[in-house]
Design a protein around this ligand. Structure first.
Ligand SMILES: Cc1cc2nc3c(=O)[nH]c(=O)nc-3n(C[C@H](O)[C@H](O)[C@H](O)COP(=O)(O)OP(=O)(O)OC[C@H]3O[C@@H](n4cnc5c(N)ncnc54)[C@H](O)[C@@H]3O)c2cc1C
Length: 477
């Protein structure tokens, strides 16, 4: 097939109420694909969702390990993640993944020989940026001068225009240094938030993506950075409840069904090949990771498909430790002066009967991702003893790790121009995935936004007016 040779799809006119139900195949049952499938089905399209693995949820899933239900990686979202919140509502899961009433992050520093020091990042009921002023002024992990410099940099960040494409050509670390941020301020504040949200240290992150995260999360609405997380296993939300919502929306969902090729037909419809079956459809949404999308895209459907292969990936490691007793009274905390980044109490969500189960979420984990479990154990258990006095003397009943080597796309400077939008050059073929051009880093929010964008583009091409009530998060964003 040559460039630009795609026939127009054989659809009814836009808004043609009498037209037979249009059909769509969504490839990939991660959050992007589930969202696209739901949005299309809600608009009256006949949808088939195909997922290669035995479960839905993609990169955010759970598995069983004895009596424990384990998440492959701790996931959190923020109040400003309006698309993911829409998704939670849509699958009737919002109550299972509640938000904090008000941002409150305990930050434990063990760098100093005199011992542990606790600080807090929390907000007041004041307008932006005063909502964080008191917390920053009292933040014990920075000197007075560093706190003042952080305030000045935050205001400079607030003034950046996210639509300016040159932001994506610079790295965040250099920008912070140029705005008077010490190495300590970067470690104790900017990277504390940035590594967890961007999956890269400031020096490796695009200023455009970093500015987007900090402006949206900390400098827009006072409550924007309030944190939410699943109080149940991720699989309960992204697999079981998502599947229930898809079923009631009339979506045909097939798991263990890997798509091997996608091609267009003479009349502008599409064929999707899976082992033993060929599906004919009006539209296809490819909601798979960028490398798989590259391999499935028919020739000529993107101007520069090889760019997808230039989008790098970054790892996240989770370290799981089960103690014989309760060692930590908080639901989570962040750590400084240690390789440990964020620690979450997963006991209740995992179904553990006795003792306590902690999960360490280690982002931008390039140095650790391939270390043997024994080495990680030797390295991290003593760090937990420094951070959590209650672990000293407690018995470790289980220690294991989950490694996601391609957890996110790498948010490096320049990545912005590699990320394609939902539309391809071929009418009827759309892209979704956290890695597409949503403006967000690789997050659940980005995945859901991409699914909505792809569904939106498909709906206008299918002549199905987009129901206004579907994507209210756009108005709220
Ligand atoms: C350990 C870890 C921690 C994270 N923490 C956070 C966090 O705290 N907050 C946050 O917002 N985000 C977090 N993320 C990122 C978030 O999970 C992802 O951005 C999001 O889930 C991506 O969804 P997606 O639908 O775009 O892609 P995926 O989840 O990758 O879904 C793509 C799906 O396509 C399927 N597929 C691929 N090829 C085919 C084929 N040929 N046929 C059929 N199916 C196919 C795959 O099996 C997969 O299910 C984390 C990710 C990881 C791994």
């Amino acid at each position: 097939m040559s460039d630009g040779s795609y026939p127009a799809p054989a659809h009814g006119a836009a808004g043609d109420e009498g037209a037979a139900a249009r059909s769509a195949v969504v490839v990939g049952g991660g959050l992007a694909g589930i969202t696209a499938a739901l949005a299309l089905a809600d608009a009256g399209v006949r949808v088939t969702l195909l997922e290669g693995r035995p479960r839905l949820g993609g990169l955010a899933f759970s598995f069983q390990r004895g009596e424990l239900t384990v998440d492959n990686g701790q996931h959190v979202y923020l109040r400003c993640c309006t698309a993911y919140r829409w998704f939670l509502d849509r699958i009737q899961g919002a109550a299972l993944a509640p938000l904090q009433d008000r941002l409150d992050v305990p930050v434990v520093d063990v760098a100093k020989p005199e011992g542990r020091r606790l600080g807090r990042l929390r907000r007041d009921a004041l307008p932006v940026p005063l909502h964080l002023g008191r917390s920053l002024a009292a933040y014990p992990h920075l000197s007075l001068a560093e706190r003042a410099a952080v305030g000045r940099a935050a205001l400079a960040l607030k003034g950046l225009d996210l639509a300016d494409p040159t932001l994506d050509t610079q790295d965040f670390g250099s920008w912070l240094a140029a705005h008077g941020q010490s190495a300590r301020a970067i470690e104790a504040l900017w990277d504390l938030v940035g590594v967890a949200t961007l999956n890269a240290v400031a020096g490796d992150a695009s200023l455009g993506l970093a500015a987007m995260v900090f402006k949206t999360g900390l400098l827009s609405d006072p409550g924007a950075a309030d944190i939410g997380w699943a109080h149940v296993p991720l699989g309960e939300l992204h697999d079981r409840l998502a599947r229930k919502a898809l079923d009631s929306a009339g979506v045909r969902t097939e798991v263990r069904t890997r798509v091997t090729s996608v091609s267009t037909n003479e009349n502008g419809t599409w064929s999707v090949q899976v082992p033993g079956e060929r599906l004919e459809t009006d539209a296809v949404v490819l909601a798979v990771p960028q490398r798989e999308a590259h391999d499935l895209l028919p020739a000529g459907t993107l101007d520069a498909p090889e760019q997808l292969l230039r989008i790098g990936t970054a790892p996240i490691l989770n370290i799981h430790v089960v103690y014989d007793r309760t060692v930590l009274a908080r639901p989570f905390f962040a750590a400084l002066g240690t390789p440990v980044q964020w620690v979450f109490d997963r006991t209740a969500a995992s179904g553990l009967g006795a003792g306590q189960y902690l999960a360490l979420s280690q982002s931008a984990a390039q140095d650790d991702i391939d270390l043997p479990v024994a080495e990680l154990r030797e390295r991290y258990l003593p760090e937990l003893e420094r951070l959590i006095p209650g672990t000293r003397g407690a018995e470790v009943q289980d220690f294991f790790v989950t490694r996601e080597r391609t957890a996110t796309f790498a948010p490096t400077p320049g990545v912005g121009r590699l990320r394609p939008g939902a539309r391809t050059k071929a009418p009827g073929l759309y892209l979704a995935g956290a890695w597409t051009a949503t403006g967000w880093p690789a997050t659940m929010e980005s995945a859901v936004r991409s699914g909505v964008s792809a569904a939106d583009a498909a709906l206008s091409a299918l002549g199905r007016p987009r129901p206004r009530h579907l994507f209210e998060f756009e108005e709220a964003a």
